[in-house]
Design a protein around this ligand. Structure first.
Ligand code: ZN
Ligand code: ZN
Length: 131
């Protein structure tokens, strides 16, 4: 996964919102607000689509779409304000061979200490290079 510059500029489009006739692909809830940009996948045109998958674009040989995820399965990250993947989402992502969408927290939760440490090491290395 490449780091995204937009991750720290949350866009309203990326937030959870209530969508009629749409359910969370992970837990099945159709009453909670859903985030559409957390998990995405594409399927061959003739593939049978899994439950919960929403087609957003179609080409000659493929269907692209998203798995809507509710605000309970992907709660907003307090650090960047984007939906963060819970363990249930990670499991679902793996099972569906899905990819992260445009708006998902780059994991400020569990792995936060590690990434902060890595960033510290990198910035130290950069300073070294300049001197
Ligand atoms: Zn859910
Ligand atoms: Zn975050």
């Amino acid at each position: 996964m490449t780091s995204t510059d937009t991750a720290h500029q949350p866009n309203r489009e990326f937030m959870h919102h209530v969508s009629d006739g749409c359910a969370c692909a992970v837990c099945g809830s159709d009453t909670r607000p859903l985030a559409m940009q957390v998990l995405q996948r594409s399927y061959a045109r003739d593939a049978s689509l899994p439950k919960g998958f929403l087609v957003t674009a179609m080409s000659v040989d493929a269907m692209r779409g998203v798995f809507p995820v509710c605000d309970q399965c992907a709660p907003l990250c307090p650090t960047c304000g984007l939906p963060a993947a819970s363990a249930a989402v990670l499991k679902f992502k793996k099972a569906m061979k899905a990819q992260y969408g445009k708006a998902v927290c780059p994991q400020h939760g569990a792995s936060d200490t590690l990434s902060t440490r890595l960033k510290a090491i990198f910035s130290r290395a950069l300073k070294f290079g300049r001197n």
